[in-house]
Design a protein around this ligand. Structure first.
Ligand code: ZN
Length: 128
């Protein structure tokens, strides 16, 4: 195993043990619950939007270390992102999952997919 893989493993464990942005978000503009039945992972994601930007994001969940750590890392990366950028977010999500965990892609992408769906729901509701 390369040094980089070791490093990444440590980052995963760190986020798994001490998840960032964990808990309910008040107020929130969307919240949704998704799961990955293959592995038993669950994520409940909250998002708060102001002036077309995702100003707050948090999550609750349970499951394997990859699903929970990926979601925790995701919340750190997406805060402040513009809703107009969600295509870029999709690319970022795909990149992260495929690069690191081709076999566990459903785990790695659970949080990301939940976020993208939440943003889409919000935009549809707001009329585009
Ligand atoms: Zn999993």
């Amino acid at each position: 195993m390369s040094g980089l893989d070791e490093l990444y493993k440590e980052v995963i464990l760190d986020h798994y043990r001490s998840p960032r942005n964990r808990g309910k978000l008040e107020p929130s503009d969307f919240d949704l619950h998704r799961d990955n039945p293959l592995c038993g992972d669950e994520v409940h994601l909250y998002g708060h939007i102001e002036d077309g930007k995702l100003v707050g994001v948090s999550f609750e969940g349970k499951g394997c270390s990859i699903s929970q750590a990926s979601t925790s890392m995701m919340t750190e990366r997406v805060k402040g992102v513009s809703l107009a950028d969600d295509e870029r977010l999709g690319d970022l999500a795909a990149l992260q999952g495929v690069q690191k965990y081709p076999v566990r892609i459903k785990c790695a992408l659970l949080g990301w997919n939940t976020l993208l769906e939440g943003l889409k729901t919000y935009k549809d509701k707001a009329g585009g």
